[in-house]
Write a protein that binds this ligand. Structure first.
Ligand SMILES: C[S@@+](CC[C@H](N)C(=O)[O-])C[C@H]1O[C@@H](n2cnc3c(N)ncnc32)[C@H](O)[C@@H]1O
Length: 464
């Protein structure tokens, strides 16, 4: 059966001295308390409005993938846990990513599907002795204590907008179904196995991440602490698996299945929040890496920040979510404006939301001037991290009134920023590329004018 393909490991949870406070292993540094079911830092900030993606949906009746013939680089923890019909186990690939290692909590059949395809099967790149680290250059930042925020990262050199600042693979990835379906104690137990099985440096850095202060202070136990470190620092990371299966009696090769995981990364997880951040990021399923880019020019000594919440929301909405989920109130410049300036900032945020709604209704005769205003509002709010969304709308609006020159210019600007902040495999990227290649053949060509004509003829029919 599927699980027999994975080598069993003799490790029992928490035999690693890393979790024994009497040893030299790094101790966790608990910080602020968090509620148990928090949303990982990225969800809301990655919204976009796109044309429907053209790719066909994955087949739901395809059968499980076949076990791989080659020896598996994965080892499996000794104890698995059940949620519903599925059994979840902790799997570790300790030579992954030049010996950094990675652990996954998922089902045996999913590990066969995922683990037998790139990048998880790239054992050629994963022998620690023979492979240098992926990025031998010193990073342009260091971690330092930031008053009121725990540890954070600050720039050690000038960083230009557009520069790749980090590309890191996770320490641990948890199948979203396990995250939601398993009892907390069971998930904590599997997380414990997952962490102790990582190479020592990676597990030590994981255990140094921030967690709920109550876990350590009240001595609730090490499993609870590992669970809290994970949930404080997890990001949503959808992974596309390519499988083979049988549908309607016919063998199908290469169906794609998107699987949701929650993942914690030891470096990215040090980034604190700001409401107009200077970094943007996306998770690249093909390399299993979080790619973090500068969206503004950053000076040495400046803190590097990402956004944990939807930055388009007004300050009260942003802060109530931050407080509920991560137990802090934001003190970033956008939140600390004087009252009359804060009021203007919130009014701009409200306008952004209503303009987006208006522009995203393709059945009306909205105008390119509204898209231009949207760009200005994003700029005034310092939202370079989402500016590609405004360029996207401007490209469609100008094409919608038959101005291909401006449309192509904005489509290019959307691609320039959007590729950095969302990666290549996105429907909006395809959409903008199609517009650049052939604006007059694009679905949006003169669509607003056609709407206006329809409205006019409906009006004249009504009045005649
Ligand atoms: C993903 S961790 C970020 C790194 C963390 N500061 C550390 O010491 O490892 C999230 C935690 O950092 C703290 N944090 C992040 N951004 C903050 C901010 N803008 N103000 C205050 N605390 C913040 C909160 O305790 C939050 O739960």
């Amino acid at each position: 059966n599927a699980s027999s393909q994975i080598a069993h490991r003799g490790t029992s949870p928490f035999t690693c001295p890393a979790l024994d406070t009497s040893t030299t292993c790094p101790l966790p540094q608990p910080k602020l308390p968090h509620p148990p079911n928090q949303t990982p830092p990225q969800h809301a900030s990655q919204q976009e409005n796109e044309q429907p993606p053209p790719s066909p949906p994955p087949s739901s009746s395809a059968s499980e993938p076949k076990p791989s013939e080659s020896p598996s680089p994965w080892s499996r923890g000794p104890i698995c846990r059940r949620a519903g019909h599925s059994e979840y186990c902790a799997f570790t690939h300790s030579s992954f990513s030049s010996g950094t290692g990675i652990s996954l909590i998922t089902t045996p059949s999913r590990i066969l599907l995922l683990g037998s395809q790139p990048p998880l099967n790239l054992t050629i790149h994963s022998t620690p002795e023979s492979q240098p680290p992926a990025n031998p250059q010193a990073p342009p930042y260091k971690d330092v204590p930031i008053p009121g925020k725990g540890i954070g990262l600050v720039a050690t050199e000038p960083i230009r907008a557009g520069r790749l600042v980090m590309a890191a693979t996770p320490a641990v990835m948890v199948d979203d179904k396990a995250f939601r379906g398993l009892r907390k104690e069971d998930l904590a137990m599997l997380l414990g196995q997952a962490i102790v099985s990582l190479p020592a440096e990676h597990s030590g850095r994981f255990l140094n991440l921030s967690a709920d202060a109550r876990a350590a202070d009240e001595g609730q136990g090490q499993l609870d602490l590992v669970w809290k470190i994970f949930s404080t620092n997890a990001f949503r990371t959808p992974v596309v698996g390519i499988g083979a299966g049988v549908e309607g009696g016919e063998k199908i090769e290469g169906w794609e299945k998107e699987m949701d995981f929650q993942s914690t990364f030891v470096e990215v997880s040090r980034l604190n929040h700001a409401c107009s951040p200077n970094l943007g990021y996306y998770f690249d399923s093909a390399t299993l890496s979080h790619r973090v880019y500068a969206v503004k020019d950053i000076l040495p000594g400046e803190e590097l920040t990402i956004s944990y919440v939807d930055v388009l929301q007004p300050s009260t909405t942003r802060n109530s979510l931050l407080s509920k989920t991560w137990s802090f109130t934001c003190t970033c410049p956008r939140c600390m404006l004087e009252p009359h300036l804060l009021e203007e900032s919130n009014s701009r945020s409200q306008s952004i939301l209503s303009l987006r709604r208006e522009l995203d209704d393709y059945s009306t005769s909205a105008s390119p001037q509204k898209a231009e205003l949207l760009i200005t509002l994003y700029e005034l709010e310092g939202l370079q991290v989402r500016i590609y969304e405004a360029y996207y709308r401007a490209a469609l609006e100008w094409n919608g009134v038959g101005d291909s020159g401006r449309a192509v210019r904005y489509a290019r600007m959307c691609l320039d920023k959007g590729l950095l902040l969302r990666g290549p495999n996105r429907p909006f990227v395809d959409n903008m590329k199609e517009l650049v290649a052939d604006p007059t053949g694009h679905w949006s060509w003169r669509f607003r004018l056609k709407n206006a004509e329809k409205e006019e003829s409906a009006g004249s029919n009504g009045s005649s």
